[in-house]
Structures are given as C-alpha cells and as structure tokens.
Design a protein around this ligand. Structure first.
Ligand SMILES: [Fe+2]
Ligand SMILES: [Fe+2]
Length: 282
C-alpha cells in the first residue's frame, strides 16, 4: 500500500502547480544548464512580489552585508545561484507551505517559517564550524522538510494512524511515518529535491536530517541541518507534533565539534531569527 501512495505522490509532484507564471519561467531556467544568473534575474524582475522576497532574503541580517542590496542581479551574486534556485522552488511551494499542515499539528505558515528559520540557522552554524559552502547549508535547511508538505497533501487518513503510533509507542514522526507508510517525509523530500536537480549533498541532507549518522557523501552538511532543525524547534519555530520528540544526536555534535555550551550560544545567537523571518516574509 505504501508503494501505491508513493507512486501517486511522485506523479503528483510532477504536476505541482506553479507559484506564478514568472516563478514557473524562473524554475524552468534554473533547470536549464545553459541559463545564467542574469537570465533568471531578468525573469524575476518582472514580478515585484518575487523581487521583494529575493531582496529581503539578501538583505537579511544573517547575510551580514552593511550595504543594502537593491537589485536582483546583485542579490543573486550574494545569495548564490543554488540559493536562488531554492528560493524560487520554495516560493513555488509556498502555496503548500502556507496551508495548515494538519497531520503535523502545524498552523498555517508554520512550516514555511520553520523552513526559513532552519535555512538561516543552518547558515549560522555553517559559518561557525567553517563549513566550506554556507549557501549549500542554507539550501538544505530551507528544503529539509519539503516532504512533509507533500505527504500532508496525499496521505489523508493514514496521518491519524501515524499520530497515534508516535504517541502510543513514543516514536518520532519520521519513525511512525516509516512504520505506517513504508517511507517518511525524508524519503519524499529527497525525491522532490532530486527531481529539481539539487546536488546530491543537499539531497542526502534532506534524506537523513533525522538520522545524520546515515549520511555518507557529506556528513557535515547533514549534521548542520540536523542541529539547525533542533535549534529551530528549541526556539519554538514550527513546533508541531514533530517538535516534541526531537532527540539531538550526539554524533552530529561530535562531527561538528560543537559542545553543549556552544549549542546554547548558537540558540542564543539564533534568537533573532524569529524576528528576521517576520521581516523576510512581511
Ligand atoms: Fe523533518
Ligand atoms: Fe524540521
């Protein structure tokens, strides 16, 4: 039965409705290996709302630029091509993110805030541990729970079985999903990311963010997203049923060479993220 649902979901992913005609064109360009950042900025510039979002993201305090970024092409240089791709994708999916994610006990917009928060926190951690590609960390953080949106749309009544099982057996949501469906939001999310041609490290971080010790290609990136996810839940960003059972894996901390005091400091530094998100999403 799990496979049936999975096939149905994968088929539906193919026909995800576009956020807007402009976003759709931008997405096509991001998938075209011949397109450049300039082509994309040209398309995005036609949509004022989209432009505003991209600029807000670039002007977020977490990018630490003293000077204000005022044009999309400048923002693309700062955000990087991969980040832009994920922002376009996330905005395309925002219709879904914005819905109430009922099965997970999340209210309208919560998952979106959680995702943007996790992107910012991943970036913060990446900077602290000197991970070579902070933008990749941002992208992986932004997309890590994309599978939840998709699952919530298609899994209907099974979701109550998942909630029940996680409650009665003290399982995390991902474990309960796996038990009931045969796959979890990490599996579905990584398939979405694969389909959109995100690189294999990002795909792996999405696939293993609850079990960072499974990561083989780039364990550091997966560990960053895992810790960022924990930090966001500690800050109350997107606490749903999933937030109650989120064990922080020691292996991830060891790999990143972070101790508990540093985690407390990171939580403290990430405190402004909530405010930052309101600004970005205003
Ligand atoms: Fe998750
Ligand atoms: Fe999460």
């Amino acid at each position: 039965m799990g496979r049936d649902i999975e096939q149905r979901i994968l088929k539906e992913i193919k026909d995800l409705p576009p956020f807007s005609a402009i976003a759709n064109r931008a997405l096509k360009l991001t998938k075209d290996p011949r397109s450049s950042a300039i082509d994309i900025s040209r398309v995005i510039s036609y949509d004022p709302a989209f432009t505003a979002r991209v600029l807000r993201m670039a002007n977020s305090a977490y990018y630490g630029f003293a000077r204000k970024v005022t044009t999309v092409s400048e923002a693309i240089v700062i955000l990087g091509y991969e980040t832009l791709k994920s922002v376009v994708l996330a905005l395309t999916l925002q219709n879904f993110y914005d819905k109430e994610v009922r099965g997970y006990g999340l209210e309208r917009g919560d998952l979106w805030k959680h995702s943007v928060g996790c992107a910012l926190a991943s970036r913060l951690i990446a900077g602290q541990v000197k991970y070579p590609s902070v933008e990749e960390a941002f992208v992986a953080g932004l997309l890590h729970d994309v599978g939840k949106v998709i699952l919530n749309q298609f899994v209907g009544e099974e979701i109550s079985k998942i909630i029940e099982l996680s409650g009665s057996e003290g399982l995390s949501f991902a474990e309960a999903e796996k038990r009931v469906l045969g796959f979890d939001h990490q599996d579905i999310g990584s398939k979405v990311a694969e389909k959109w041609n995100f690189n294999e490290k990002v795909v792996e971080a999405i696939r293993s963010h609850h079990k960072p010790d499974r990561a083989k290609k780039d364990p550091e990136l997966t560990a960053i997203v895992h810790v960022a996810d924990f930090i966001c839940l500690s800050l109350g960003l997107g606490i749903g049923s999933d937030g109650m059972l989120y064990p922080l894996k020691k292996e991830a901390l060891d790999l990143l060479k972070l101790d508990e005091l540093e985690i407390d400091n990171l939580i403290f530094s990430a405190y402004n993220i909530t405010e930052e998100i309101e600004k970005i999403l205003a």
